[in-house]
Write a new protein. Structure first.
Length: 272
């Protein structure tokens, strides 16, 4: 385990030497109208290809942090930098995925995937991306479902379409807000493994907000535990399980030990 501010060289082998693509320094947020201090001095450095999980109790500021990282909300203090440029608003190189797939019911799978292109660059540009969209749908196991409408898809299939929509703009970082929490347990486990596979194939840098300790452990290279409001990084735990991860690992002693460690930190309020 390491605490916030620990040297980046203490990250898992294979990640510490990679370039930092996303950096937060001293990020704080106060909602002045409500006089709510939501975040306090958040420091994070995401290296290329890393999968970073963050977990904390309800109301600790996880959603606020994700909104700031995605450019949807401005911080009160500190800096947010992606690929050397300050994040001052929504950007094409930031992929964002929510709990619900939010697909347009009147659009087919492929039309939903290219929707971000259509909104930003027009219908002709979106049509030019259909081949790329088909490749993404094949990547997530949905070849043959390009012309299917959302009401004909299962919950897991709809979330896979949403993953493709997030990836179509080739983002530098993926921000994931409990993307599979609405699924049943079996579907969620399957989608976690699919997400791991996709991130590995694309060498994606990912940041996952979750309430599930097992999900954080099975997916992440590093898990940060947030304290209650005002949210801060109370502790950071290295997940030293080999990759690729499998669901069978959930029965292994090391997995159980990591889950108990994070559970203990949450019970203490992540104050060390």
């Amino acid at each position: 385990m390491m605490t916030a501010g620990t040297a980046q060289s203490e990250l898992p082998a294979g990640l510490s030497g990679r370039p930092v693509v996303y950096e937060l320094r001293g990020v704080s947020k106060t909602y002045k109208r409500r006089n709510v201090h939501a975040l306090e001095k958040i420091d994070l450095r995401l290296t290329e290809g890393a999968f970073w999980g963050i977990i904390g109790s309800s109301g600790c500021g996880k959603s606020t942090l994700l909104k700031i990282m995605s450019g949807q909300l401005s911080q009160s203090e500190g800096s947010v930098v992606l690929s050397g440029k300050p994040v001052t608003g929504p950007r094409r190189d930031i992929g964002l995925m929510f709990q619900q797939p939010t697909l347009f019911p009147s659009r087919t799978s492929i039309e939903n995937v290219v929707l971000p292109i259509e909104i930003r660059d027009g219908k002709e540009a979106a049509r030019a991306k259909h081949d790329a969209a088909r490749a993404l749908l094949e990547l997530v196991g949905l070849k043959g479902f390009e012309q299917v409408y959302p009401n004909e898809l299962s919950g897991g299939m709809a979330q896979r379409v949403a993953i493709c929509r997030m990836l179509i703009t080739q983002p530098t970082v993926l921000l994931l807000d409990e993307p599979f929490s609405a699924l049943d347990e079996l579907s969620r486990d399957f989608m976690d493994m699919e997400l791991q596979r996709i991130c590995k194939e694309l060498n994606a840098t990912a940041f996952l907000v979750t309430h599930s300790i097992p999900e954080a452990v099975i997916l992440s290279d590093v898990v940060s535990v947030m304290s209650p409001r005002p949210g801060r990084i109370g502790a950071t735990v290295i997940i030293d399980l080999p990759r690729p991860r499998t669901l069978d690992m959930m029965t292994e002693p090391r997995f159980g030990a990591l889950v108990r460690e994070i559970r203990g930190l949450l019970d203490k309020g992540a104050f060390l």
